[in-house]
Design a protein around this ligand. Structure first.
Ligand code: SF4
Length: 328
């Protein structure tokens, strides 16, 4: 008896893909805290937007909460990579928690930039998606007079609708995980209304987001369809799907192997694969294994931009044993 041959599928892997330095640091922070203080350690919000990462840490003793008010007093509390508003820092201090802040340094840099613009007497516009924890954290970190709140815009038409005078000194900052090309359009809209607007151009969009977008744009020109491994609530993963779609290539976000639909890859000759900055490599491996069940695979990986960014672990880890009240 002869076995039916599987159809051929050529895989083109985007490079770089998957974990960024901020995500690696945030995950290590929880692991180190568990090793140092023992379970439970409380993590405000998903440490990074990925269910597999959170499930693994939960199994080791991390407890995820949405607000610090849910945490018993004198606990170890970790803030997620997305950052938190000042009110959360204050609530944690009031409850005498031992706080370890895993906010990505590149998010903190945006906070610092926004505060500097406020100190200079400028009105701050935040380009980003309202409701995303990073945007809520940034809004709560840039303190302003009550009558001059930070304004959030997500499109050029939002900029047109802003109720600000043409002579208002305006500055802008951006969420770190936006589409570079969309953001450029929004910045152009700001500069049309306020030619002297100060801001970082698209440099607030972090290196990892930019590199992964560039890599997806590159493979989109080589393939018939693109799969992006990443969570539905992961901003940078969603942007990768949009970039492939904008290049005219069918694209799907695949949070886990269970979400990979055979219909989507049926008839595809070359499939591009990338992964968002919070998606662990094991998820890509599982998707590849499933594809290998269905197809005869050949795999190529594009040369991408080399990344050598790493961040030190945050303060609050190391040499702190015995200083946490609940362990005393
Ligand atoms: Fe930091 Fe960028 Fe990673 Fe977000 S995506 S955690 S800003 S490096």
């Amino acid at each position: 008896m002869t076995m039916a041959r599987k159809p051929l599928l050529e895989i083109v892997l985007a490079n770089p893909r998957g974990f960024c330095a901020g995500v690696e640091r945030a995950i290590k922070t929880v692991e180190h805290a568990l090793a140092e203080f023992g379970a439970p350690v409380y993590v405000r919000h998903e440490i990074v937007h990925n269910a597999r990462v959170c499930d693994d840490l939960r199994a080791k003793g991390a407890v995820f909460v949405e607000e610090v008010e849910e945490v018993p007093p004198n606990s170890v509390v970790i803030f997620s990579a997305h950052g938190v508003p000042r009110r959360v820092e204050n609530a944690a201090e009031a409850a005498a928690h031992h706080v370890i802040d895993a906010t990505c340094p590149l998010v903190s840099r945006v906070h610092v930039g926004g505060r500097r613009y406020v100190m200079d007497g400028r009105r701050v516009i935040l380009i980003g998606h309202r409701g995303h924890p990073e945007v809520e954290g940034t809004l709560g970190q840039i303190e302003t007079p009550p009558d001059r709140p930070v304004l959030v815009v997500a499109s050029a038409s939002d900029v047109e609708a802003l109720d600000l005078q043409p002579d208002e000194p305006v500055s802008y900052v951006t969420q770190t995980t936006l589409s570079v090309s969309d953001t450029r359009g929004i910045i152009d809209a700001i500069r049309r209304r306020w030619p002297d607007a100060e801001g970082p151009d698209t440099r607030d969009i972090c290196y990892a987001t930019q590199n992964r977008q560039q890599a997806v744009a590159e493979i989109a020109g080589l393939v018939d369809a693109v799969v992006v491994v990443g969570a539905r609530n992961s901003s940078n993963s969603n942007r990768l799907v949009e970039i492939a779609l904008a290049a005219g290539v069918p694209a799907r976000l695949v949070p886990s192997v269970a979400d990979l639909e055979r219909d989507f890859v049926e008839g595809v000759r070359r499939l591009g694969i990338s992964a968002g900055a919070s998606a662990p490599a094991v998820l890509v491996d599982e998707v590849m294994a499933r594809l290998a069940d269905w197809f005869d695979l050949s795999v190529t990986e594009v040369m991408g931009k080399r990344e050598d960014v790493s961040f030190r672990l945050p303060r609050g880890l190391g040499n702190t044993l015995g200083r946490v009240a609940r362990r005393a």
